[in-house]
Design a protein around this ligand. Sequence first.
Ligand code: AMP
Length: 532
Amino acid sequence: MAFGAMQDWSMRISHVIDHAAREASGREIVTHWADGTETRTDWAGIHLDARKMAQALLALGLTKGDRVASLAMNHSRHLVSWFGVAGMGGVLHTCNPRLFEDQLEYIVNHAEDKVMIYDAAFQPIIDKMRDKWPTVEHYICFDSGEHTTSFEDWIGEQDGEFEWVEGDERDPCMICYTSGTTGNPKGVQYEHRSTLLHAMAGLQTSAFNFSGSSVMLPVVPMFHAASWGLPYSGAMAGIKFVFSAVNDPAVLCDLMDREGVTDSAGVPTVWLATFQYCDAEGKDLPKLKSATIGGSAAPRFMIERLMKNGTRVQHAWGMTETSPIGTVGGPTANWDELTFEEKVEKTMKQGRPIFGVELRTVDLDDRSTVLPRDGEASGALQIRGPWIIKRYFKAEEDATDADGWFDTGDVAILHPDGTMQITDRTKDVIKSGGEWISSVELENAAVGHPAVAEAAAIGMPHPKWDERPVLFVVRKSGAECNAEDVTAFLTDKVAKWWLPDAVEFVDDIPHTATGKISKKDLRERFSDYTLG
Ligand code: AMP
């Protein structure tokens, strides 16, 4: 006999939007559209439109578990579909428009998407891909277009009198494909429960640190790892959202100023572009209280720049497979006693695990010996927790070991205070004379040189040492520097035996669809390279 019990409350996404509409109904959702116009709605409006959308999807004949694709930037209608698709029991497949054609072909077919909802700006992609996507039965345009049904007209036929489709909390609600630097992209399917837990974890003060007064402009795209879960966490906290369907720094800075944006999040390149614009225009971001940087390592000057602006820097690490938040940086013990330089040093590391996930590092060679958390041992980073992948979409085998550990492909050091420091990717780390050299640390040090815009280090075959680092550098436009300058600059920043054997200047460095340096493409480009 039970002596007491707590209630059943299925962890479904519908609770999130119901809560936002009930508790923060009038909190605004602002969108700056690609054509320059701006619209305002609120959580009550998103709630109503999401119910209409769920009705409209059912009217198209979709059933539970069907996949609905989006090819869209950040805006309120995309937000509606996050809740509308999950609310009819469907799975939203957010496609990255920057993927190559063959990748876009692959992911839509692999996911067997039935509906494609897209921004008018991506009409050329749609026109090219349509014949290659046999499973897609319906095309809907988020903007009003001449030839396709517009989103507003489509949902406008419904009345919104709708009860969310019930289901199990382990049902899928979203699917995101990894950018896949090798082989085909892999689908990571998020569940209602994992999404809810992840979003709640994002509310920890050591994560996004939202309050009712937060005004968030997420620059991280909604198609990249669920926009780091921000739309869900933001709905839970009832914050105001400001979306921009264009990533122009002038528009972003203007919006931040006009709408009183206190929080933002994006990859380092976004912050770089924003600050270049600010410097050129003599502007600052006085209202910005918190900036989350993730997706790639945040360079020192960017952290310094934000901190001087009085902004709390939340340097976060994660991946599509981890929903994506794994660790987030923020004030540590005795923060106020630290010097500015010490704070910058700490913030350059990737922060601490948020509650819910566990991290460990294992030996890079044997992949099983667990390494000490001593701030020195560097090993393969593994993670487990309720919002970490267990198995890729349609895969035969689990992506984890028997104990649930997922190998991230990153190389990291765990520090005694819980801080995690990414030192490389397991595929990119350079092995010289049996010792490891971090390509990322070399790159980060090199971009501190005033004439260096971007740098990438790769290991080149060497007869004696196995591999030696070569640094590829893109100069800032109009700036001058030669190989000796760069090497001299690095001398007091990395160990002597880490110094690159050669520094080569290039016009550009290849990037992946998510804006990360593609070492694979760089290696291919220089496959004939020999160390002289
Ligand atoms: P994606 O699944 O495309 O988001 O890529 C995930 C990968 O991005 C991770 O495995 C890391 O290699 C890298 N990454 C993400 N955040 C950071 C960070 N803050 N510092 C360094 N690398 C990062």
